[in-house]
Ligand binder design. Structure first.
Ligand code: DGL
Length: 274
């Protein structure tokens, strides 16, 4: 089998990475995808950097063991803290979600005032700040951690008065600074897109890092000669999780936009970090 026929591995701390898979299914409809959701250890967004890095290494090792041709780190928190370690440790093409979102925001902003919302761990890493300022140090960047948003999405509260009130509170300092572009820096946030757009108003362009990541992966694989160009059948999604499968199977369609095959529960390889 040629390397281009192998599946693409995608991992996230849990179910949210399916928003990236959803966009990948649009951009790369014939590719087979192996998805790992580390549902036993979600959330990553409140954990320490060392823990996130170790978990990300174990997730990537699991996918490497499935003979994937590339790995997509479909989690902003893991991309923020672990991507450079993964690049050192694994001999596989790796794609994170941060860079494509940064590029799209830079292209979209006219007034050079850009906002980023993400988990506490992603904001603490300063990964977005560094990536933006390395490309344009005259930008005004307003970042905000939004710890309540992941639980709200996991509860299915993607709209309604409570979610709107929370978003108004979180977005107020960004809107006061008159941002014209807002990066949704967490895999769960695309499900809040309509509510975020309503709170932020029509002057603010929303950048969905999941959508941008799919285009980035397609382009990266094309450059590497790893797209499965000869395949005509639709690609498949093979889901794995690290906890009970039932909750994941029930929720997956909401994130993915289609019903995937039932997930299989797996134990991840243990990696000792030195
Ligand atoms: N997947 C995480 C992210 O994109 C959100 C959920 C979590 O905290 O693990 O940052």
């Amino acid at each position: 089998m040629h390397v281009s026929d192998l599946p693409i591995g995608v991992f996230d701390s849990g179910i949210g990475g399916l928003t990236v898979v959803r966009q990948m299914r649009r951009a790369l409809p014939n590719e087979d995808l192996v998805y790992l959701g580390d549902t036993a250890r979600v959330p990553y967004g409140t954990k320490s950097p060392a823990t996130v890095v170790r978990f990300a290494c174990e997730d990537t090792q699991f996918l490497a063991d499935q003979q994937v041709k590339a790995v997509v780190v479909a989690c902003n928190t893991a991309s923020a803290w672990a991507l450079s370690t993964l690049e050192r440790r694994f001999d596989l093409p790796l794609f994170g979600v941060i860079l494509p979102g940064v590029r799209a925001a830079l292209a979209a902003s006219r007034n050079r005032r850009i906002g980023v919302i993400a988990t506490p761990a992603t904001i603490r890493s300063q990964a977005y700040t560094r990536a933006f300022l390395a490309r344009d140090d005259s930008l005004e960047l307003v970042v905000r951690d939004c710890p309540l948003l992941v639980p709200l999405v996991e509860e299915g509260w993607t709209s309604g008065p409570v979610t709107e009130a929370v978003l108004r509170e979180y977005l107020a300092p960004l809107l006061q600074r008159r941002i014209d572009t807002l990066v949704l820096g967490c895999t769960h946030y695309p499900l809040l897109r309509a509510t975020i757009a309503a709170v932020a108003g029509p002057e603010v362009t929303l950048v969905d890092s999941a959508e941008r990541c799919a285009e980035y992966v397609a382009e990266g694989l094309r450059q590497l000669g790893r797209l499965c160009v000869g395949r005509t059948r639709p690609g498949r999604v093979l889901p794995f999780v690290t906890d009970d499968t039932r909750w994941f199977d029930e929720q997956a369609a909401q994130f993915l936009g289609e019903t995937p095959d039932p997930a299989s529960r797996v134990a991840l390889p243990i990696i000792e970090m030195r």
